[in-house]
Design a protein around this ligand. Structure first.
Ligand SMILES: [Zn+2]
Length: 310
Protein backbone atom coordinates (compact mmCIF):
# COMPACT_ATOMS: atom_id res chain seq x y z
CA UNK A 1 0.00 0.00 0.00
CA UNK A 2 1.22 3.53 -0.81
CA UNK A 3 2.28 5.45 2.31
CA UNK A 4 0.46 8.75 2.81
CA UNK A 5 1.72 11.94 4.48
CA UNK A 6 -1.10 14.48 4.83
CA UNK A 7 0.04 17.95 5.90
CA UNK A 8 -3.27 19.44 7.00
CA UNK A 9 -6.51 18.43 8.66
CA UNK A 10 -8.86 20.12 11.12
CA UNK A 11 -9.74 17.13 13.29
CA UNK A 12 -8.71 18.90 16.49
CA UNK A 13 -11.05 21.78 15.74
CA UNK A 14 -13.97 19.42 15.15
CA UNK A 15 -13.15 17.51 18.33
CA UNK A 16 -12.89 20.80 20.24
CA UNK A 17 -16.38 21.75 19.05
CA UNK A 18 -17.77 18.37 20.05
CA UNK A 19 -16.22 16.60 23.02
CA UNK A 20 -18.12 13.37 22.31
CA UNK A 21 -16.37 12.59 19.04
CA UNK A 22 -14.11 9.55 19.18
CA UNK A 23 -11.01 9.79 17.01
CA UNK A 24 -11.02 6.02 16.60
CA UNK A 25 -14.03 5.63 14.36
CA UNK A 26 -16.40 8.60 14.46
CA UNK A 27 -18.14 8.98 11.12
CA UNK A 28 -18.43 12.71 11.81
CA UNK A 29 -14.68 12.83 11.08
CA UNK A 30 -13.14 12.59 7.62
CA UNK A 31 -9.88 11.67 9.32
CA UNK A 32 -10.27 9.04 12.01
CA UNK A 33 -7.97 6.21 13.04
CA UNK A 34 -9.83 3.52 11.11
CA UNK A 35 -9.87 5.60 7.92
CA UNK A 36 -6.15 6.33 8.29
CA UNK A 37 -5.38 2.62 8.58
CA UNK A 38 -7.69 1.75 5.67
CA UNK A 39 -6.02 4.13 3.21
CA UNK A 40 -2.38 3.67 4.22
CA UNK A 41 -1.63 6.73 6.32
CA UNK A 42 1.92 6.99 7.61
CA UNK A 43 1.99 10.57 8.90
CA UNK A 44 -0.90 12.93 9.64
CA UNK A 45 -0.56 16.58 10.60
CA UNK A 46 -3.12 17.92 13.10
CA UNK A 47 -3.72 21.67 12.94
CA UNK A 48 -4.47 23.93 15.86
CA UNK A 49 -6.94 26.36 14.34
CA UNK A 50 -8.57 29.05 16.47
CA UNK A 51 -11.84 30.31 15.02
CA UNK A 52 -12.33 34.05 14.62
CA UNK A 53 -15.22 33.91 17.08
CA UNK A 54 -12.88 33.24 20.03
CA UNK A 55 -11.99 36.43 21.90
CA UNK A 56 -8.37 37.57 21.53
CA UNK A 57 -7.59 37.07 25.20
CA UNK A 58 -8.89 33.48 25.08
CA UNK A 59 -7.06 32.33 21.96
CA UNK A 60 -3.89 30.98 23.52
CA UNK A 61 -5.92 29.02 26.02
CA UNK A 62 -8.02 27.53 23.23
CA UNK A 63 -4.78 26.51 21.50
CA UNK A 64 -3.77 24.73 24.70
CA UNK A 65 -7.16 23.01 24.80
CA UNK A 66 -6.54 21.68 21.30
CA UNK A 67 -3.06 20.49 22.30
CA UNK A 68 -4.77 18.69 25.18
CA UNK A 69 -7.25 17.05 22.78
CA UNK A 70 -4.31 15.93 20.62
CA UNK A 71 -2.64 14.19 23.57
CA UNK A 72 -5.76 12.93 25.34
CA UNK A 73 -8.07 11.95 22.50
CA UNK A 74 -5.79 11.24 19.51
CA UNK A 75 -2.60 9.85 21.06
CA UNK A 76 -4.39 7.73 23.63
CA UNK A 77 -4.86 4.14 24.75
CA UNK A 78 -7.68 3.57 22.28
CA UNK A 79 -5.36 4.31 19.35
CA UNK A 80 -1.98 3.12 20.67
CA UNK A 81 -0.53 2.95 17.16
CA UNK A 82 -0.71 6.74 16.79
CA UNK A 83 2.78 8.05 17.61
CA UNK A 84 3.96 11.57 18.29
CA UNK A 85 6.44 12.91 15.72
CA UNK A 86 8.93 15.56 16.86
CA UNK A 87 11.87 14.77 14.58
CA UNK A 88 12.46 13.15 11.22
CA UNK A 89 13.87 10.09 12.94
CA UNK A 90 10.51 9.57 14.65
CA UNK A 91 9.02 9.16 11.17
CA UNK A 92 11.78 6.87 9.94
CA UNK A 93 11.50 4.69 13.04
CA UNK A 94 7.74 4.15 12.84
CA UNK A 95 6.88 0.46 12.79
CA UNK A 96 4.88 -0.96 9.92
CA UNK A 97 1.54 -0.59 11.70
CA UNK A 98 2.27 2.77 13.36
CA UNK A 99 1.09 6.19 12.20
CA UNK A 100 2.97 9.38 13.01
CA UNK A 101 1.11 12.46 14.26
CA UNK A 102 2.50 15.98 13.90
CA UNK A 103 1.06 18.97 15.71
CA UNK A 104 0.86 22.13 13.57
CA UNK A 105 -0.34 25.67 14.09
CA UNK A 106 -2.71 27.26 11.57
CA UNK A 107 -2.34 31.00 12.06
CA UNK A 108 -0.40 32.79 14.78
CA UNK A 109 -3.46 34.49 16.25
CA UNK A 110 -3.11 32.32 19.34
CA UNK A 111 0.32 33.71 20.23
CA UNK A 112 -0.76 37.34 20.05
CA UNK A 113 2.43 39.34 20.29
CA UNK A 114 4.41 36.94 22.45
CA UNK A 115 7.28 34.72 21.28
CA UNK A 116 7.23 32.85 24.60
CA UNK A 117 3.86 31.45 23.58
CA UNK A 118 5.30 30.21 20.30
CA UNK A 119 8.25 28.64 22.12
CA UNK A 120 5.78 27.03 24.50
CA UNK A 121 3.81 25.54 21.62
CA UNK A 122 7.08 24.23 20.17
CA UNK A 123 7.88 22.59 23.49
CA UNK A 124 4.42 21.03 23.45
CA UNK A 125 5.19 19.48 20.07
CA UNK A 126 4.24 21.97 17.35
CA UNK A 127 6.56 21.55 14.35
CA UNK A 128 4.94 23.67 11.65
CA UNK A 129 3.78 27.26 11.99
CA UNK A 130 1.23 28.81 9.66
CA UNK A 131 1.61 32.56 10.03
CA UNK A 132 -1.99 33.61 9.39
CA UNK A 133 -5.42 32.35 8.60
CA UNK A 134 -7.31 34.51 6.05
CA UNK A 135 -7.03 37.79 7.95
CA UNK A 136 -4.40 39.97 9.58
CA UNK A 137 -2.74 39.28 12.92
CA UNK A 138 0.34 40.60 14.74
CA UNK A 139 2.58 38.55 12.42
CA UNK A 140 1.32 39.25 8.90
CA UNK A 141 -1.65 39.81 6.64
CA UNK A 142 -3.68 36.90 5.33
CA UNK A 143 -4.98 36.50 1.79
CA UNK A 144 -8.36 38.12 2.53
CA UNK A 145 -6.93 41.42 3.79
CA UNK A 146 -7.59 44.10 1.18
CA UNK A 147 -4.48 46.12 2.01
CA UNK A 148 -2.16 43.18 1.18
CA UNK A 149 0.32 43.99 3.94
CA UNK A 150 3.44 41.89 4.53
CA UNK A 151 5.32 40.56 7.54
CA UNK A 152 5.43 42.82 10.58
CA UNK A 153 8.59 43.29 12.64
CA UNK A 154 7.17 40.73 15.04
CA UNK A 155 6.45 38.45 12.08
CA UNK A 156 10.12 38.59 11.13
CA UNK A 157 10.99 37.43 14.66
CA UNK A 158 8.50 34.58 14.34
CA UNK A 159 10.00 33.32 11.09
CA UNK A 160 13.49 33.62 12.54
CA UNK A 161 12.40 31.60 15.57
CA UNK A 162 10.93 28.95 13.25
CA UNK A 163 14.30 28.80 11.50
CA UNK A 164 16.23 28.55 14.78
CA UNK A 165 13.95 25.84 16.15
CA UNK A 166 13.87 24.05 12.79
CA UNK A 167 10.14 24.30 12.29
CA UNK A 168 8.36 24.54 8.99
CA UNK A 169 7.02 28.00 8.18
CA UNK A 170 3.69 27.47 6.45
CA UNK A 171 2.81 30.06 3.79
CA UNK A 172 -0.72 28.81 3.08
CA UNK A 173 -3.33 31.54 3.71
CA UNK A 174 -0.80 34.41 3.43
CA UNK A 175 -1.38 37.58 1.44
CA UNK A 176 0.88 37.86 -1.58
CA UNK A 177 3.10 40.41 0.06
CA UNK A 178 3.40 38.34 3.23
CA UNK A 179 4.26 35.39 1.04
CA UNK A 180 7.18 37.19 -0.59
CA UNK A 181 8.48 38.58 2.70
CA UNK A 182 8.28 35.10 4.21
CA UNK A 183 9.74 33.07 1.38
CA UNK A 184 12.81 35.28 1.47
CA UNK A 185 13.36 34.70 5.17
CA UNK A 186 12.12 31.18 5.90
CA UNK A 187 14.64 28.36 5.78
CA UNK A 188 11.97 25.66 5.82
CA UNK A 189 8.94 26.95 3.90
CA UNK A 190 5.95 24.82 2.98
CA UNK A 191 2.45 25.57 1.73
CA UNK A 192 0.60 22.90 3.68
CA UNK A 193 -2.71 23.20 1.83
CA UNK A 194 -2.75 25.35 -1.32
CA UNK A 195 -3.43 24.79 -5.00
CA UNK A 196 -2.60 26.39 -8.36
CA UNK A 197 -3.90 29.88 -9.15
CA UNK A 198 -3.35 29.49 -12.90
CA UNK A 199 -5.92 26.68 -12.92
CA UNK A 200 -8.43 28.44 -10.69
CA UNK A 201 -8.14 32.05 -9.64
CA UNK A 202 -8.83 31.87 -5.93
CA UNK A 203 -6.95 34.08 -3.42
CA UNK A 204 -5.91 30.93 -1.47
CA UNK A 205 -4.11 29.50 -4.50
CA UNK A 206 -0.49 30.06 -5.51
CA UNK A 207 0.54 32.00 -8.61
CA UNK A 208 3.23 30.59 -10.89
CA UNK A 209 6.01 32.80 -9.57
CA UNK A 210 5.07 31.78 -6.01
CA UNK A 211 5.20 28.09 -6.95
CA UNK A 212 8.58 28.64 -8.61
CA UNK A 213 9.87 30.40 -5.49
CA UNK A 214 8.79 27.47 -3.32
CA UNK A 215 10.53 25.07 -5.70
CA UNK A 216 13.64 27.23 -5.56
CA UNK A 217 13.62 27.08 -1.74
CA UNK A 218 13.06 23.30 -1.81
CA UNK A 219 9.70 23.70 -0.12
CA UNK A 220 6.61 21.55 -0.59
CA UNK A 221 3.12 22.41 -1.78
CA UNK A 222 0.42 20.27 -0.20
CA UNK A 223 -2.36 20.00 -2.76
CA UNK A 224 -5.66 20.40 -0.92
CA UNK A 225 -8.96 18.65 -1.53
CA UNK A 226 -11.01 21.81 -1.12
CA UNK A 227 -13.52 21.76 -4.01
CA UNK A 228 -13.68 25.55 -4.32
CA UNK A 229 -9.89 25.82 -4.84
CA UNK A 230 -9.92 23.36 -7.73
CA UNK A 231 -11.94 24.59 -10.67
CA UNK A 232 -14.75 26.85 -11.83
CA UNK A 233 -17.01 23.87 -11.66
CA UNK A 234 -16.51 23.60 -7.90
CA UNK A 235 -19.96 22.19 -7.27
CA UNK A 236 -18.97 19.06 -9.13
CA UNK A 237 -15.28 18.27 -8.72
CA UNK A 238 -13.46 15.03 -9.39
CA UNK A 239 -10.10 13.49 -8.62
CA UNK A 240 -9.10 14.39 -12.18
CA UNK A 241 -9.18 18.05 -11.07
CA UNK A 242 -6.56 17.31 -8.43
CA UNK A 243 -4.43 15.58 -11.05
CA UNK A 244 -4.57 18.78 -13.13
CA UNK A 245 -3.00 20.71 -10.25
CA UNK A 246 -0.30 18.06 -9.84
CA UNK A 247 0.41 18.01 -13.59
CA UNK A 248 0.72 21.77 -13.58
CA UNK A 249 3.25 21.93 -10.75
CA UNK A 250 5.23 19.14 -12.45
CA UNK A 251 5.24 21.22 -15.63
CA UNK A 252 6.95 24.00 -13.65
CA UNK A 253 9.62 21.52 -12.53
CA UNK A 254 8.08 20.75 -9.14
CA UNK A 255 7.97 16.96 -9.05
CA UNK A 256 9.97 16.99 -5.82
CA UNK A 257 7.84 19.75 -4.36
CA UNK A 258 4.39 18.18 -4.45
CA UNK A 259 2.61 16.72 -1.46
CA UNK A 260 -0.92 16.58 -0.08
CA UNK A 261 -2.63 18.66 2.59
CA UNK A 262 -6.21 17.51 2.31
CA UNK A 263 -7.92 20.02 4.64
CA UNK A 264 -10.20 17.16 5.64
CA UNK A 265 -12.50 18.09 8.53
CA UNK A 266 -11.99 21.74 7.62
CA UNK A 267 -14.35 21.40 4.65
CA UNK A 268 -18.05 20.66 4.38
CA UNK A 269 -18.08 20.02 0.65
CA UNK A 270 -15.86 17.30 -0.76
CA UNK A 271 -14.59 16.09 -4.12
CA UNK A 272 -16.38 13.16 -5.76
CA UNK A 273 -14.43 10.07 -4.72
CA UNK A 274 -12.70 11.88 -1.86
CA UNK A 275 -15.56 12.10 0.61
CA UNK A 276 -13.24 11.25 3.50
CA UNK A 277 -9.71 10.00 4.15
CA UNK A 278 -10.50 6.57 2.70
CA UNK A 279 -10.63 8.28 -0.70
CA UNK A 280 -6.82 8.48 -0.73
CA UNK A 281 -6.96 4.91 -2.02
CA UNK A 282 -8.94 6.01 -5.05
CA UNK A 283 -6.63 9.00 -5.56
CA UNK A 284 -3.60 6.67 -5.63
CA UNK A 285 -5.34 4.44 -8.21
CA UNK A 286 -6.02 7.47 -10.40
CA UNK A 287 -2.42 8.65 -10.04
CA UNK A 288 -1.22 5.20 -11.11
CA UNK A 289 -2.85 5.69 -14.52
CA UNK A 290 -0.52 8.58 -15.16
CA UNK A 291 2.54 8.40 -12.92
CA UNK A 292 5.09 5.78 -11.89
CA UNK A 293 4.90 4.34 -8.39
CA UNK A 294 8.16 6.11 -7.62
CA UNK A 295 6.64 9.47 -8.54
CA UNK A 296 3.45 8.73 -6.63
CA UNK A 297 5.39 7.78 -3.54
CA UNK A 298 7.14 11.16 -3.70
CA UNK A 299 3.84 13.04 -3.95
CA UNK A 300 2.06 10.99 -1.31
CA UNK A 301 4.83 10.73 1.25
CA UNK A 302 8.50 11.13 0.47
CA UNK A 303 8.66 14.79 -0.54
CA UNK A 304 7.26 15.98 2.78
CA UNK A 305 9.43 13.54 4.76
CA UNK A 306 12.57 14.64 2.90
CA UNK A 307 12.01 18.27 3.85
CA UNK A 308 11.11 17.69 7.50
CA UNK A 309 13.66 20.08 8.99
CA UNK A 310 14.87 18.38 12.14
ZN1 LIG B 1 -6.70 26.40 6.21
Amino acid sequence: MMKIFDAHCDVLYKMWLNNKISFKDSDILHVNYENLVFAGSKVQCFAIYIPESVRFEDRFNVALEMVDIFYERVLNDICPKMKLVLEKKDILQLHKDEIGAILTLEGCDAIGHDLVRLKTLYRLGVRSVGLTWNFANAVADGCREQRNGGLTNFGIEVVQLNNDLKMWTDVSHLSERSFWDTIELAQFPIASHSNVYSLFQHPRNLKDDQIKAIIEKKGIIGISFVPYFLSENYQNTHIKDILNHIDYICSLGGEKNIGFGSDFDGIDDTINGLEDYRGYKVLVEELQKQYSNEQISKFCYQNFVDTFPN
